[in-house]
Design a protein around this ligand. Structure first.
Ligand code: GLC
Length: 509
């Protein structure tokens, strides 16, 4: 077991975390300022989403320089300070890395598009129009029904972009691309970064034949055709770069292929990704039977190849968990219990500890081409008009910001924030929860139950997904650790668990 098996990761979308220079956009200064808060909360590692120089069409997921920080966010020196301060507090830091595409402003693409014979031409994916002048295939780009190809008028060929036309796909089949991208990893590894979250990393392996998507897949784009053997070859190379450095550097891949069985293959033989997001959990309905299925499939597929699972309920691309649960505070707490007690590494999204909901974005404030603004609303720190931000932030706050603010919640022992903080400290103190096996998974008439077991400890978790109260009988000697409603386990060992509530008990020692 290494640090990242044990760690709880906390995802920071810097634009929305906290601004310190008054331009309305969160920055590295905001992360530095809140380092004491993060240490107090008790998270073990930060995943910082892109802060690279970028024309910001996809908010720095369109990178024009992999080895610098956009002035909007700060400087390389600020980033070094974040690593230093986090490490001082015992917190690891990983950075987002975007291997599939660059910005069209990146000098590599500028060179590549300058002529068909430019040495960097083949760094991107170019295709001739068909003989009747049409698109090379029927692939669509993300977030629209538009083609994944744009014709470069000057040179008369189409280039591929799985996302925006301003995000051309790199050609990983070209060894020079692989070498150049390895250098971008080394740049940050030398600065002391603990690893990377790797953006849509399954897409780097592309079928050279580029066949049409089957008709029934066109609506969800070409992605299914890009679960390719080539990606695994490139990932082995990437892993080797991380292993050139000491200190257990790690990787977590955004493998946006929703089957846990497919996701598990991206760990290779412990020679590809260290971890991969398992997004089945983002789409599992709030039903005990559905969770039994997701957990069973994750456990069996990952165990079969020795892969360490990850769990996540929210991120900067999807509706926040509190909003998915219609703002039900008890269920939102139970969801936190779920994500922090399953076997594997949990990833929390900043604001999840506050039970933050998505914002309502008026049409004139929409800025994201993928319409993901609601889950990117700024964090409310205080109860003043600007909630701790020096000026109006780039997106509106979620409704009822004072209910969700850190100021309101930090001194209220019954708040979601203090609940999550307790949960993190219970997890930290429990070998069973951090490292134990997961057994006795079942759906008992709407109550999800599982047991976490290590050599020195046994912990049981019960979550009532049913719409009615359900009786639970605890093993003699069980000690109460936490429940969503605050209800304690009575001496009788019998408890009626109300709908949405959940409870964690230590069975032994
Ligand atoms: C990933 C990121 C998303 C980004 C996309 C393109 O899905 O999470 O935010 O827009 O890749 O880079």
């Amino acid at each position: 077991m290494t640090w990242w098996h044990d760690a709880v990761f906390y995802q920071i979308y810097p634009r929305s975390f906290l601004d310190t220079d008054g331009d309305g956009v969160g920055d590295l200064g905001g992360i530095l300022k809140k380092m004491p808060y993060l240490a107090w909360l008790g998270v073990d590692a930060l995943w910082i989403t892109p802060i690279y120089p970028s024309p910001m069409r996809d908010f720095s997921y369109d990178i024009s320089d992999y080895c610098d920080v956009d002035p909007l966010f700060g400087t390389l020196d600020d980033f070094d300070q974040i690593i230093a301060k986090a490490h001082e507090a015992g917190i690891h830091v990983i950075l987002d890395w975007v291997p599939n595409h660059t910005s069209s402003d990146h000098p590599w693409f500028q060179e590549a598009r300058s002529s068909r014979t430019n040495p960097k031409r083949d760094w991107y994916v170019w295709k001739e129009p068909t003989s009747d002048g049409k698109l090379p295939n029927n692939w669509l780009r993300s977030w629209s029904d538009q083609p994944a190809w744009t014709l470069d008028d000057e040179t008369g060929q189409f280039y591929l972009h799985c996302f925006l036309p301003e995000q051309p796909d790199l050609n990983w089949a070209n060894i020079d691309v692989r070498d150049a991208m390895a250098e971008t990893l080394r740049f940050w590894l030398r600065r002391g970064i603990d690893g990377f979250r790797m953006d849509v990393v399954h897409l780097i392996g592309k079928d050279p034949a580029m066949p049409d998507d089957p008709e029934d897949l066109v609506a969800i784009g070409h992605v299914p055709l890009n679960d390719r053997p080539e990606a695994h070859v490139y990932l082995k190379g990437i892993r080797k770069v991380l292993e050139e450095f000491d200190g257990e550097r790690t990787s977590v891949g955004e493998v946006y292929l929703l089957d846990p069985e497919v996701v598990a293959t991206y760990y290779g033989q412990a020679d590809e990704l260290h971890m991969s997001f398992n997004f089945a959990s983002l789409f599992t309905p709030w039903r005990a039977a559905s969770w039994v299925e997701t957990i069973t499939r994750t456990e069996s597929s990952h165990n079969a190849v020795g892969a360490w699972p990850t769990w996540t309920l929210s991120n900067h691309d999807n509706k926040r968990i509190a909003s998915r649960l219609d703002g039900d505070p008890m269920k939102t707490r139970s969801a936190a219990i779920l994500v922090l007690t399953l076997r594997g590494t949990p990833f929390l999204y900043a604001g999840e500890e506050l039970g933050l909901e998505d914002a309502i974005i008026p049409p004139e404030r929409v800025v994201d081409p993928g319409l993901r603004d609601p889950c990117r609303a700024p964090l409310p720190w205080t109860n003043e008009r600007l909630h701790g931000w020096p000026s109006d932030p780039w997106l509106p706050f979620a409704e009822r910001p004072n209910d969700f603010s850190v100021e309101t919640q930090e001194h209220d022992s019954a708040s979601m924030l203090n609940f999550v903080r307790s949960l993190l400290s219970i997890r930290k103190a429990s070998t069973a929860l951090r490292q134990g096996s997961l057994n006795e998974l079942r759906d008992d008439n709407g109550v999800l139950h599982y047991r976490r077991e290590s050599s020195d400890e046994v912990v049981d978790v019960y979550i009532n997904f049913a719409k009615e109260p359900r009786p639970i009988t605890f093993l003699p000697g069980s000690t109460w650790l936490l429940s969503s409603s605050g209800v304690k386990v009575p001496a009788s060992g019998q408890l009626l668990l109300v709908p949405g509530d959940s409870v964690i008990v230590r069975v032994s020692p």
